[in-house]
Design a binder for this molecule. Structure first.
Ligand SMILES: [Zn+2]
Length: 191
């Protein structure tokens, strides 16, 4: 048995049904998203540019501390086969800079100067910092993967393969099959 989500601290699922009862109660801020099999706290958005509601994902039952159920979120993305990973890694192996990427792969499909924002919490009296990094996305290199290159400037470039978004259309056929590829995400570290 494995932990249901990356944030779970236990494999033991919630056994008290607090989450499902709370989600059924219209006075409770806890809501269930059946599509993704996820529980969230729902609250009015505090951002002025974002009308409506905001959601805070729940990973553990607030009452018994058990793990919330496994999310179907990973099924939204295509599985990248090991062969395809190998092929892409070979293609990408020589790329050490944004200039390399342009010369080897051509012009990216997206070139976002602030594609990734990393937040560093306040520490030992110094204020928290936010830094953004340029990210290039190549969508045409593979049928299953998007290639995302993040430029950490002095720290070099980081390349991630991200399964393409496929939605939940095919995923419903095999609930809980767990056939999920190892997907690198673009929010994978806090540098
Ligand atoms: Zn519980």
């Amino acid at each position: 048995m494995t932990k249901p989500t990356f944030a779970s601290v236990t494999e033991r699922p919630c056994a008290c049904d607090y989450l499902s009862h709370a989600a059924d109660d219209p006075r409770s801020p806890i809501v269930f998203d059946p599509k993704l099999n996820e529980y969230n706290f729902e609250y009015p958005s505090l951002r002025s540019d974002e009308a409506g509601k905001a959601y805070l994902r729940i990973y553990h039952c607030p009452f018994c501390g058990g793990a919330a159920p496994e999310s179907k979120r990973d099924q939204l993305f295509a599985v990248i086969s090991p062969e395809e990973k190998r092929r892409l890694n070979q293609l990408l192996s020589g790329i050490k800079s944004v200039e390399d990427a342009f010369s080897v792969l051509g012009t990216p499909d997206h070139d976002d100067p602030h594609g990734l924002t990393a937040q560093r919490p306040e520490r030992e009296g110094s204020a928290p910092t936010r830094q953004s990094y340029r990210s290039l996305t190549y969508s045409q290199l593979s049928d299953t993967a998007d290639v995302i290159l993040t430029d950490y400037r002095a720290d070099g470039v980081h390349i991630a393969l991200q399964g393409k978004y496929v939605g939940l259309s095919g995923a419903g056929a095999e609930p809980g099959s767990g056939a999920v590829g190892q997907r690198a995400t673009r929010h994978d570290d806090g540098r």
